[in-house]
Design a protein around this ligand. Structure first.
Ligand code: ATP
Ligand code: MG
Length: 395
């Protein structure tokens, strides 16, 4: 009996006017993800169907498990819509399963089918009872839920239920720029932004030679993990050394981080404008370090009007780590290479910075010119699911 994967959209169903756009984007994303598999994908208003080769099932499921916008899916049997054939095939399949109790649920989209939905459940149920020993019906808590969706030519029968990633298909929102460090939080922030359908580009602030190429490679490896959930991530590598050295020369040490982050936000805004992106995304988590107290965020955020999205702002570190492990970024993130923030951390960073003071310290040097130069010298690496990462590329 031929099997197909039946995909349900979930949250997409709430998008009335935009529905076609969402479904089309999901369709394209699934098609891209399964480009190396021999599949035929078709769609209607409420479902997507993937015909696959049995030998490739696990590869296909792995692909589906990396696509946002899928609420639930089933590996369903495709049976010709004929009452006797369906009864026979369903019993044949159920005989292979171990269960004591079951419940039948039928959905009838083919209004010409001779048996009505409410009559179909007992009809099929009693046929199953008659042909399989030692089982009974339990409508409240069955071991298996037997679902049959009756459609015009073929019907779909399934007993397995898998949750997809949920969220919205990537590309249903415009671009956002993700500040991607080598840490634990920012890849998780990127994953959560992708989940909302935002197409992300990553930005890494680098301070060679104070930071190593291994640190950059780590960010590239993290981008490669994130690219599993989208088709491409452009990684912008910002040469941040000159700005950082200037800050550490001109600004009192307790304000260095505050000013440095204000510079990062300014650069982010410029890169976002260049790339027609509508938001800055980062891994800040309230209270985690001195620069992430609410007062710090307030003072740092003053330099831009662009929305700054902080997907992990209200999560505990352990909750963030949990997600990092699920998306396979954790082991890369805990590799020891220092990044530009950790290297320049002062002993006593200000916890409650003052906006006027920050502005006063910035007057000590011509940061506009430095920022312009830095943005101009920023390089871009395209990371796709095809390409291996090679940090020599930018040398
Ligand atoms: P993470 O927060 O990702 O674990 P971290 O703890 O080293 O890394 P923080 O100092 O907490 O980073 O910085 C907060 C956020 O600022 C990061 O989550 C990231 O979004 C951004 N950020 C910090 N350093 C960099 C960098 N070198 N390049 C790009 N973004 C950065
Ligand atoms: Mg952090």
């Amino acid at each position: 009996m031929e099997r197909v994967i039946l995909i349900k959209y979930g949250e997409l169903t709430t998008k009335k006017g935009n529905r076609n756009f969402f479904v089309r984007t999901l369709y394209e994303n699934i098609k891209h993800k399964l480009k190396d598999c021999h599949v035929t994908i078709s769609k209607d208003i409420s479902r997507m169907y993937i015909e696959f080769e049995e030998s490739e099932l696990s590869k296909v499921l792995d692909g589906i498990n990396h696509v946002f916008g899928i609420h639930m899916y089933h590996v369903a049997y495709k049976i010709p819509t004929d009452l006797e054939t369906m009864k026979e095939e369903i019993v044949k399949i159920l005989k292979r399963e171990k269960f004591k109790t079951f419940k039948v649920e039928t959905k009838r989209s083919d209004k010409n089918f001779p048996v009505k939905t409410l009559e179909m459940n007992p009809l099929l149920g009693s046929h199953i009872l008659k042909n399989i020993n030692d089982i009974k019906v339990d409508v409240h808590n069955p071991d298996i839920l037997v679902r049959l969706e009756i459609r015009e030519n073929y019907s779909y029968f399934y007993i397995q239920y898998y949750y997809g990633l949920g969220g919205y298909p990537v590309g249903t929102q415009p671009r956002g720029m993700l500040m991607l460090s080598g840490g634990i939080d920012s890849p998780v922030a990127g994953f959560l932004a992708l989940k909302r359908g935002i197409k992300i580009e990553a930005v890494y602030f680098e301070a060679l030679p104070h930071t190593s190429l291994e640190a950059r490679n780590k960010v590239m490896e993290l981008s490669k993990k994130l690219v599993n959930y989208t088709d491409e991530i452009k990684l912008h590598v910002v040469p941040f050394t000159k700005i950082q050295e200037t800050i550490y020369k001109e600004v009192p040490s307790n304000y260095c981080i505050t000013i440095m982050r204000r510079m990062m936000y300014r650069i982010m805004e410029q890169l976002a404008r260049k790339r027609k992106a509508f938001a800055i995304i980062n891994g800040e988590s309230i209270g985690q370090v001195a620069s992430q107290t609410l007062t710090s965020m307030y003072v740092i955020n003053q330099v831009t009007n662009m929305p700054v999205i902080r997907p992990v702002a209200c999560l505990d570190k352990l909750e963030i780590i949990d997600i990092a492990k699920k998306i396979d970024t954790y082991d890369i993130s805990i590799l020891p290479y220092e990044d530009c923030c950790t290297i320049f951390v002062p002993k006593h960073p200000v916890i409650n910075p003052n906006l006027e003071d920050a502005i006063k310290f910035e007057k000590k040097f011509n940061f506009e010119k430095l920022i312009e130069e830095t943005v101009d010298q920023t390089q871009v690496i395209s990371i796709t699911d095809q390409k291996t990462c090679d940090y020599q590329e930018l040398l």
